[in-house]
Structures are given as C-alpha cells and as structure tokens.
Design a protein around this ligand. Structure first.
Ligand code: ADP
Ligand code: MG
Length: 730
C-alpha cells in the first residue's frame, strides 16, 4: 500500500545528510523540524545568473541603465571627507580578478567602515557608472554577503556557472554560527530535494490544477528553490500562492458550513413589537441601507444557526440603531443581549442613547464598566444572572469571569477591531450559541476581508443619513493657528461646539508635544475666554468622564479639549469643528475617526489638521522631486489623503499601503501569518479564484469523500482542522 505523503516528508530534518542534531536545534528555533518545513523555507530573492558579470564586462553596460551584479572580494576600504557636501564618503574597492570596481556611499561612512572586512566576498548590484577619474563605479549598491562555507572553499564561481538562478535565503547569527547561512540553506535544501523530492505529492485535486493551469506541487517546490528561468519561478510561486489561499479559504468554507448546519442556534421570531415601537418613535427615517441591513440580520436571526455577521459602516452611518433593533428582537424573544464597546466613554454614550430610545419599551438596560462601585456592580451581576436585565452595555469589564447571564442570545461588539480574537470568543461563550454581530467603522479592503474574516457574513451600510454635509478638511501650519482659533470662536458664537485634540496627556520631553492639560489652561484663559471649556483625558475617572461628556452633549460645555480618548464612536451632532494638533503624529485611521466626530448633524462641519511642519512646502518638494525623509513623506501622504477624500474605503486603502496589513489589523488577526508567499493585495486575483474553488468544493463534496478529494480530506483532518480552533474568531 502507498504510504500517505506526510510520513516521508515528516522525517525530522536531523536525519538529513549534513544536518545532524546541532543544526537541527538551530532550525527548530525558526520553526523548521521536518523535511517538509525545510522545503517550505522559501527563498526571499534570487541572483539571476544572466545579470552576473565579470568586472571586465561592465564597460559594455555603462549606458544601459541596467542593474547588474558583480561578485568579488573586498580589496580596500576608505573614508574620505567631502568638502563640498561636508560629509564623509565611504569607498570600497572590490576585485574579481578581471578588474577593480569602486563602490561608494554618501552616508553612514562610520558604520560602513566597521562593516566590511578585507578579503570577504560580496555580491554587489547596481547600475555601473564612471567617476571623475574614469573608474568603474557603483553608487550605493545593494549588497549580499557571501560568507564562505565550512570547508573554506568558496565555490561561487562553480555555483554561478552551473546554476542558472541562485536562491537567497534569510539567515540569522545563530544559524550562521552553525553554517546555515544562505549558502548552507541552499545546500541543505538541495540535499532534501534530491532525497525526498519524489515524495512530494499534490494535495490539491488534479482537476483544480488543470482548470487553473497550475503546475504540480513537486515542480513548484523544485522551481521555487532552483528555478531554471525566472518564468519557472513565477509559475512555481503561483502554485504555492494558490495553495496557501486555497487552504485558508477551505477553512473558512468548512467553518461557515459547520456553523450554518448547526441546529443549536436560536431561531428568533423577528416580528418585534418593541422594535416597531422604537422605529415609529424615531425622529428620523431609517436609510435604505439601514433597512437592508436589518433585513439581512433578521434572516440570520430567524434561521436556526447562530448569526456571525460583520456590520461595516463608515463613521456616522448609523450602526447603533441597527444593533439596537437586533437587541430588541432578542428581548422580545426572551433573550438577553450584550453590547461591548472599547472605551468607557463610548459604553456610557451607548447606555445613555439606548436608555433614551427604549423609554416606554418596558425593558431593563444596565451599564457595566470597570470604574463602578462594588455594590452597584454586584447588583448588576445578580440581575444579569437572574435574567431581569435585558440589555447590558459595557467595556472589557464584561469579560470578567463572574459576569454570567441567564440566557444570552445576542452578542454585539462595537468597534470590533479594538478587541482581540480571544476577547470576542470569551464574550460569545457566555451564552449557548448566541447570535453575534460585530461592528466596525474601519472599512476593510475586500482582499483583507476575505483572508481575515472569510467566514463572516458581511452587511454594509453604504449610505449616510440624509442632510449630512461634506466635512471640509483643511491643513494648517502652527503659525496659522490664530486664524484657526478665530474661526472656531465664530462657530462657538453661533452656538456650535468645538473639539481640540492633542496627541498625549502628559508632556514628553522627547517628543516635544503639547500637553493637553497645559494647553487646556491656555485655551481656557485666552483663546476661548468667555466660553465654557472642558478637558477630557484617559487618566480621568469614569464618572468624571461621563459627567463631562454629558455636559458637552448638552452644550453646557462649548469647547472640549481632549486626547484621543474621544476617537471612536462619540456622537455629538452639534459639534462642527474638529481641530487636531500635531496632526502629523496621528495615523490615518485615527484621523478619519477623529474627523468622524463632526458632521453628524445637518450643519456644515470642519476638520482642521494642524501640522507641525510646513505641509505646503513639503508637498511642493515632493512634486518637484526634492528630498524628503520617509517618515515625513508618510505624514505628508496621510494629511494629503485626509484633505482629498472623506471616503473611508479609500482612506483604508492608503493606510494599508502606508502601514502594511500586519500593523493595520494586528498580525494575529490579519491571518497574514498563514502565508509565506501570498500577498492578498498583490495576489488578489489568485485569492478570488482560490476562494471560489474552495467554497465550491466544500459545497459539492462537504465530507471530501470523492476519490479525487481523499488526500485533501486527510490533509484537512490532520493539518488544517487543528488550526481551526486557533484561528476562531468571536
Ligand atoms: P456610527 O455608525 O458611527 O456608530 P451612530 O450610530 O453613532 O453612527 O449614528 C450617528 C448619528 O446619526 C446618531 O446621532 C444617530 O442618532 C443618527 N442617525 C442614525 N440613523 C439615522 C438616520 N437614518 N437619519 C438620521 N440620523 C440618523
Ligand atoms: Mg458607533
């Protein structure tokens, strides 16, 4: 009988010729324990043999603008002072026996002087030029260190002459100390391929490979490491990228499938007297988008499986009322609901709003936050447990173990991206298969949506309530601040309200940022004299914050000086100006959220971003190709984006570009860790087809019983399902 493929590729690397216990130990540190792991340690780049030249060949390429690579030994290094630029220049002379090449750097001379040793072998890539002495020169070349192997015999020439394309592997000091540098990996992987390559089998169904034009897995693994041409490498990559997406999407499909056939969920009667009464009493009409989302939710709530829905809607689109309607459905059916928000201020606001909206609906709503007195808290916990509270609103405090429900039927999580996977799961587990609605105002680009939240159903409120005005966004520099204040005073005189936001609560010597506390004193005494001014920051007690927000909402405080604690969710429709100080310090998502605090009523609103640098100057520099640091350029781009668009999706795309997905959604959450090669943005086309294929397969052959799916089925059971629990989201 044929062994399943795992057994052979599961051989510990230690038994590979040339590895042994010491290297196996070092490999284990980076998660490589089996042959399979080693073969999936993909190169991060390649030397393309076709562009590796002898130094003597360089003159032919002088005018070609083509990037070429030279391999040579360091002959000499030198630091010289340039009188013109008043900076040190670093020179490195390299030889490969056919000639000499000068490399130079206009920065980091001191650091570089120490970094290179005479005699070491380097691969250098750049476009060749001639310096003023007509010497062949590389300016700021890219460098790869080619340390010599343990047998002390650099066989670069041989390698480069024989192999067409040479893979480059990342290494570390620890790995290098056991000779597992790029070259060591090359050798180990070559050996592994020779000995075990024959056992690599396709887990993907043959029909899928055929219809998607993919090469076999064995070919793919061979060519990702040692491609004959870069075209082969591309084909190999496509196979592996497809496979990564396919497995992930398969998990999403399986999970969705299992949830939807789960008969244990609650089957609600969605005709709700309370919800109807609420809607009839609202001072506004629900938007079509809100109505559509309510229908989508109702369908889920009626069905016997637990709802697992994400509600996306830009800031101010009116998600709260939609969530409340779902909670009223639960209440009418005799179930309890919980609404969790990331900050106390927001939880308190939700509690106030819900209190107002549900007056006369005969239900019990309570607030649970960290700052409450013990007696109050205990009373709430008791009533929650005996079922007399219908709706509970709160913060992380809800996650405590002693928070128990009588019959939790609906979990709503506001600003869900502020919570971790485990926190959402904890809350959900307080009920028996409750319905789950997570809400977010941070729009998630589709590609990320598919990878990260692939098994969630999605509802989108893509329409703002009517009569909302576009928010005018302006960028100002420090020196123009008086004018900004003057403008703010005008709005205050018209009875409108103002936010002024600072980045930090306390003075930080290092960053020289304004201290909200001392600025508050200054603004209160001077700029906003004659108006009522309040200060809000994260260090204040819950009650104090609550009191302050209440007074701001009533407009007995006209101008609110604050740190970013007001960033999410706060809803004061009469506030029309948002002034952000040191705006260059804020992230895009944050700025968008802050701007979302205004423009919530029918009055024209303004967001004024005060930057601590001359933005226009920077912008001009950028347009004329002047030199800007990366940091400043990113800040410039953030502000520019804010000025250009109010569209949360566009902003999210730029944010994704500037920060990368890991940072944006947290490495754990983003699902990016699952991928070695795939990039959901670059490879979004492959992602789409892999998703289609995976969902179709689970739909057509749920148990993977068809002969052509057997291997896949086994793989799912032994490898993928164990991941399922880890990646579960609440
Ligand atoms: P977000 O989606 O940002 O959480 P909220 O739920 O806080 O938005 O709603 C923003 C404001 O819009 C609130 O004052 C809310 O009462 C109001 N609102 C919600 N729906 C509508 C509507 N259909 N028409 C007018 N105002 C609405
Ligand atoms: Mg909200």
């Amino acid at each position: 009988m044929m062994e399943p493929q795992c057994t052979n590729l599961d051989t510990p690397v230690q038994y590979l010729r040339g590895i042994g216990p010491k290297r196996a130990g070092a490999l284990k540190e980076i998660g490589i324990t089996t042959i399979d792991d080693l073969l999936s340690y993909y190169p991060f780049g390649y030397f393309d043999r076709s562009t590796i030249l002898k130094i003597s060949e360089l003159p032919k390429y002088l005018d070609s603008e083509q990037k070429v690579t030279v391999i040579g030994d360091v002959v000499q290094s030198d630091v010289r002072w340039s009188r013109r630029t008043r900076k040190a220049i670093f020179f490195l002379t390299v030889s490969d026996g056919s000639g000499f090449l000068t490399c130079l750097w206009f920065e980091g001379a001191e650091y570089r002087r120490k970094a290179f040793k005479t005699g070491e072998t380097l691969a250098l890539s750049s476009t060749p030029s001639l310096d003023s002495y007509q010497r062949l020169t590389f300016v700021h070349p890219e460098i790869d260190r080619l340390t010599k192997g343990e047998d002390d015999e650099p066989d670069w020439g041989k390698l480069f002459n024989t192999g067409a394309i040479i893979p480059k592997y990342s290494s570390s000091r620890e790995l290098e100390s056991v000779h597992l540098d790029s070259r060591g990996f090359r050798r180990a992987i070559r050996t592994a391929l020779d000995a075990f390559g024959q056992y690599i089998e396709d887990i993907l169904p043959f029909e899928t490979l055929r219809s998607r034009g993919l090469i076999s897995k064995r070919e793919a693994i061979k060519s990702i490491h040692f491609p004959a041409t870069m075209d082969d490498q591309k084909k190999a990559r496509t196979h592996l990228v497809y496979e990564e997406f396919f497995f992930q999407q398969l998990l999403h499909a399986i999970r969705q499938n299992e949830r939807k056939k789960e008969p244990k969920g609650i089957s609600y009667t969605v005709q709700s007297a309370r919800a109807k009464k609420l809607v009839d009493s609202l001072p506004f009409k629900l938007t079509n988008a809100q109505l559509r989302v309510i229908r989508e939710m109702n369908d889920d709530m009626r069905a016997p499986f637990p709802m697992n829905r994400m509600l996306q809607g830009d800031v101010g689109s009116g998600k709260t009322i939609v969530a409340l309607i779902a909670m009223l459905v639960a209440t009418d059916n005799g179930y309890q609901s919980v609404l969790m928000a990331p900050t106390e201020i927001l939880a308190e606001q939700h509690a106030r709003t819900i209190q107002q909206w549900t007056q006369g609906l005969d239900l019990q709503m309570r607030l649970l936050v960290g700052a409450q007195k013990k007696k109050e808290r205990n009373e709430t916990l008791n009533k929650l447990k005996d079922g007399s509270i219908n709706i509970i609103v709160g913060t992380h405090a809800l996650l405590e173990e002693d928070v128990e429900f009588h019959s939790l039927g609906l979990v709503v999580i506001d600003e869900q991206h502020r919570f971790g996977v485990m926190q959402r799961a904890t809350l959900r587990k307080k009920g028996l298969h409750p319905d789950v609605l997570v809400m977010t105002a941070t729009p998630i680009p589709r590609t990320l949506m598919l990878t990260t939240y692939g098994d969630l159903d999605v509802s989108i409120i893509d329409e703002l309530p009517p009569h909302r005005q576009q928010i005018v966004t302006a960028i100002r520099k420090e020196s123009e601040k008086e004018k900004v204040y003057e403008f703010a005073r005008d709005e205050l005189r018209r009875g409108r309200q103002v936010y002024v936001v600072f980045p930090l609560v306390e003075e930080s010597e290092k960053l020289d940022l304004k201290d909200a506390v001392s600025e508050y004193e200054r603004l209160k005494a001077g700029v906003f004299a004659g108006f009522s001014v309040g200060l809000l920051h994260g260090r204040m007690k819950g009650e104090e914050k609550d009191e302050l927000m209440k007074r701001y909402k009533e407009n007995s405080i006209n101008a609110l000086i604050s740190t970013t604690v007001i960033e999410v969710g706060i809803d004061v429709p009469n506030a029309t100006i948002m002034i952000v100080e040191n705006a260059e310090r804020f992230g895009l998502a944050q700025l968008h959220q802050l701007r979302g605090r205004v423009g919530r009523g029918s009055d024209k609103s303004y967001c004024i971003l005060i930057a601590n640098f001359d933005w226009y100057d920077l912008h001009k520099k950028k347009l004329t190709g002047g030199e800007i640091t990366k940091e400043k350029d990113a800040a410039r781009k953030r502000l520019q984006t804010m000025a250009e668009t109010n569209d949360g999706f566009k902003i999210a795309e730029v944010d994704l570009e500037l920060r990368g997905p890991g940072e944006l959604f947290g490495a754990r959450q983003s699902g990016y860790r699952m991928f070695k090669l795939a990039d959901p943005i670059i490879d979004s086309d492959v992602l789409s087809v892999a998703r289609d294929d995976a969902f179709t397969l689970v739909h057509d052959d749920t148990l993977m019983n068809k002969p052509e799916h057997r291997l896949l089925g086994r793989y799912v059971e032994s490898r993928l399902k164990p991941l399922l629990q880890l990646s579960e989201i609440g």
